[in-house]
Design a binder for this molecule. Structure first.
Ligand code: HAS
Ligand code: CU
Length: 576
């Protein structure tokens, strides 16, 4: 196989930055391996809990569920986004990362951490082994895992912190050479996402390092479940934007090009990322509306912040669709909606991203329902919630990542995309499978079917009596799960097939066109990272300071005592 540049080939990223391309390929490879195994676990679960086909004992259900959640929601997504961010920084700043050794170090730390956590989870299948980690992907107490799981998680997070340092360092050096330029849009997006990540991972780092590791090692006897859940969800909401923001990066910078157009507004895209940094963290209590011990006023505050947090996504819907429409009209599209026909629906990369966006409109809607404090009581801990997140992380993010792979993989490998027909079918199959599965999950949730259980039927209680179409719901989930697995298999065949062929002239143009309204039209303050970080920290302190203070007073300083009445009155009773 020849590795020299092939004559006549469009500029492959691989030829310009061979070492970076190598790192990104490795990150993607780990990510896709996790996708394969995690996806298989998903199928096992869907068939098991619908009772369609059971080939594991129900006691292993939680091992499978934990593997599914950790491998897909943490390993697949985060390895992939680290690859996308590395590519974004290098390609948009047009300079390689500062030190290959440093880059390889964080990749190795992340890989070691995931392997440790993965081994602990898989050990759950083996009865005799004393370590296991059937703690689900949210891993908060009272469920307890072997220390190796928590240490693996800690390493994984440290790896992502180092990755951020790598990207920031490259940016700072670039700024030294270009003191008066705005950072390119992709770089700006990576930096804002990482600032949000640093701020929000503090919560989970404190939880894991100071509580869960010592607790699992037997160094401390008890932990306060409420405090642990609060530290987790302080991180647990922003992590969903850690997955989403790279997908938005792709929608803002690559999708308009694939649609034949240009991004509508660069400043608006920057504002969206600023809003995510500022608002993503002070909302975590919307996962804890049902938890006792948190003053209602602070839950209310989290709800209000969550509603404000819809804004960046609504702005995104506007900007990205406008950019697509611009492309379609340039290609001869007309009418209010008939321009949709002039989009390249037969291009796998485009179709995957556009379908992901469409499904996200529905996922965003079920998110709004979740966020309403009173409505949440109806859907919390039911199958509705997995319905919601299979549209968001499971489609908006996952399908966008698959779509961008069809575009980027040839540039990273220097090889032409193989099995194009399979690649063209794949996003549509995902769309149909997910429509069936997630719609049925939402409906099942409304009927009261709980999430996270192998046996959703209660003793002497038939959901049929409550909801006549339960049989139909069961089948939709099972069939949806099967179609999703098929789609995922097609994706992996395309990726592996492309990787294995010999190099040839590739047909992907990697240049991205500038936005219609460029960065020079944005106010200068937009690029002031420090300003936005300070505002984000202040908002977090307001939303979390007082409730955390009382929790720590009640729980940590008096371990083992019955809960003390909280000193904090609901917000509206303390405010003048
Ligand atoms: Fe969520 C639970 C609220 C977004 C993931 N969420 C979860 C869980 C996960 C998750 C994993 O308030 C479960 C955690 C667990 O295990 O317990 N979520 C929201 C809200 C939003 C939201 C308000 N979630 C996400 C995203 C996720 C994600 C994004 C992953 C990536 N969620 C909640 C709440 C809960 C929750 C409660 C707790 C529930 C409970 O009780 O446990 C918002 O960010 C959504 C805003 C989105 C929109 C949509 C805009 C539309 C766009 C589409 C544009 C179209 C295009 C294509 C580009 C307003 C941007 C057009 C195509 C053409 C052809 C024209
Ligand atoms: Cu959330």
């Amino acid at each position: 196989m020849s590795t020299e540049r092939i004559e006549g080939e469009l500029g492959a990223f691989r030829d310009e930055y061979p070492q970076t391309a190598n790192v990104v390929r490795k990150l993607f490879a780990v990510s896709f391996a996790a996708l394969g195994v995690g996806g298989l676990f998903g199928l096992i679960q869907a068939l098991h809990r619908t009772g369609v086909f059971r080939f594991i004992p129900s006691k292993d259900y939680y091992t499978v569920l934990t593997g599914h959640g950790v491998l897909l929601a943490l390993v697949f997504t985060i390895f992939f986004l680290c690859g996308i961010f590395t590519w974004s920084i290098v390609d948009s700043l047009e300079r390689p990362l500062e030190s290959v050794t440093f880059t390889k170090t964080w990749v190795a730390i992340m890989s070691a951490g995931s392997t440790m956590a993965g081994v602990a989870i898989l050990a759950g299948f083996v009865g005799e082994i004393p370590f296991q980690a059937d703690v689900l992907f949210t891993f908060y107490p009272p469920l307890q895992a072997h220390p190796i799981f928590y240490i693996g998680l800690a390493l994984f997070i440290i790896g992502t912190w180092l990755a951020g340092i790598d990207w920031f360092r490259t940016y700072w050096n670039w700024r030294g050479d270009n003191p008066n330029k705005s950072p390119p849009l992709r770089t700006f997006m990576v930096l804002m996402t990482m600032l949000m990540w640093y701020l929000s991972t503090l919560g989970v780092a404190v939880e894991v390092v100071f509580f869960l590791i010592p607790w699992s090692l037997g160094l401390i006897q008890t932990v306060d479940p409420l405090l642990m859940r609060t530290l987790f969800w302080y991180f647990g909401h922003p992590v969903v934007y850690f997955w989403l923001m790279p997908a938005y990066l792709i929608w803002y910078t690559i999708l308009p090009k694939l649609a034949g157009g240009r991004l509508f507004s660069d400043p608006l895209a920057r504002i969206v990322f600023v809003l995510f940094l500022v608002l993503s963290t002070p909302v975590g209590f919307h996962h804890q509306y049902m938890d006792p011990g948190i003053p209602e006023g602070f839950k209310f505050l989290a709800m209000s912040n969550t509603m404000f947090l819809l804004l960046p996504s609504l702005l995104t819907a506007f900007t990205v669709v406008a950019s697509m429409e611009y492309g379609a009209r340039k290609n001869g599209g007309t009418g209010y909606l008939s321009w949709l026909r002039n989009l390249p629906w037969g291009e796998p990369a485009f179709a995957a991203m556009a379908l992901a966006g469409l499904m996200f409109a529905a996922g965003g809607f079920s998110g709004m329902v979740n966020a309403g404090m009173n409505v949440n009581y109806l859907v919390h801990n039911t199958l509705w919630v997995p319905g919601h997140f299979h549209l968001t992380v499971g489609t908006a993010v996952a399908l966008t990542f698959m779509g961008v792979t069809y575009w980027l993989w040839p540039q990273l490998t220097g090889k032409r995309l193989q099995h194009r027909t399979l690649a063209t079918i794949q996003p549509y199959l995902w769309f149909v499978g997910m429509t069936l599965m997630s719609n049925a999950m939402h409906r099942g949730g409304l009927a009261g079917i709980p999430r996270r259980t192998a046996e959703p039927q209660y003793e002497n209680f038939e959901f049929e009596a409550l909801f006549g179409t339960i049989g139909e719901i069961r089948w939709q989930i099972a069939l949806g799960g099967i179609l999703l697995t098929l789609s995922l298999t097609l994706f992996l065949i395309v990726v592996v097939g492309t990787w294995l062929v010999d190099r040839s002239a590739i047909a992907v143009d990697g240049d991205l066109p500038p936005a219609l309204s460029g960065p020079e039209e944005a106010p200068k303050a937009i690029n002031n990272l420090r300003l936005w970080l300070v505002i984000a920290v202040v908002l977090v302190a307001l939303a979390y300071g007082p409730p955390l203070y009382t929790m720590i007073q009640d729980g940590l300083f008096y371990p083992g005592q019955p809960p003390q009445p909280t000193a904090l009155e609901p917000l509206w009773e303390v405010l003048p």
